[in-house]
Design a protein. Sequence first.
Length: 330
Amino acid sequence: MQTIFVTGAEGFAGNLLTQQLRQSGYQVWAGVRNRARKLAHERQQGQAIVCDVSDAINLARAIASAKPDAVVHLAGFSHPHAASEMPLEAYQSIVTAWANVLDAVRRITPRARVLLVSACDVYGRAGADGQPLREDTPPQPVSTFGKLKLTAESIAHTFYERYHLNLTIARTFHYTGAGQPDSFFFGSIAHRLASWDPAVQGDTLALPDLQCRRDLLHVRDVVSAYERLLQDGKPNEIYNVCSGQAHTCGEIVQMMVQALRTPLQITEQCPAEGNDEQVPVFLGDNTKIRTELGWSPTQTFEGAVQELIRSYQRRPTAQAVAHESADSAG
């Protein structure tokens, strides 16, 4: 049985990926952040190991213990705003972590397949004109997050060229689904809407960035793309993981309101001054992953949004557990 090591296995996408890989017959080692999370994961799913991707020695020991045939690297900062507020921590979490993963693989299990998860933020303003972003579109990142992801991709290419590691990069666009934490843009809105009390809070909710357009996938399609890339992704290649369609954030939020059947009016909040990291459009082109690997979305973004809001309806007063992942609307 093939053994796969997944960093960030406790995250929103990581948790679903470990479940799917186990269902597909793989032996999965879940990399988690501390002993408490390790025990919780082992009670619910299967074997786990404490893994700090910013600590080269700790990570190398974890990979040596798992002896994987493949590594999926999901851990690290996944929120652009957080990266801007904590650039040093973000550098360690993104750039240093990629280098640590690749160097550990180089030294311990150099024949292992490696899937590294980047983000559409590397494109930045390259798609501001609304044209679909291809893998060969020259990146123009504007956010700290996007710039760090692009730097990490450069390091990956260096490891391939110098050490011939069998690595593939996924540039994941936005996604959502049931249980997405409220540390993410759409998760935070779903949380607010599900706990909205018109008698106390009124019938109008002002939100920023409603005119921004986002290519939005169901999280289960993202997970299936990762599994396909892990199996058949070509070495040193980048693949967009996206739907190929974009919708305004206003449309997506309005869909949540309709699912709640709540008479609530959504209005545009004035953008904050100096927010030069906001990108008006993220629209991907998934031709490469469709034609080369046969992957395409099977779920709808409408279904993802409805599942998200229903998951918060079932626990309207509960805070979602914060997880690390690939995206936010910003």
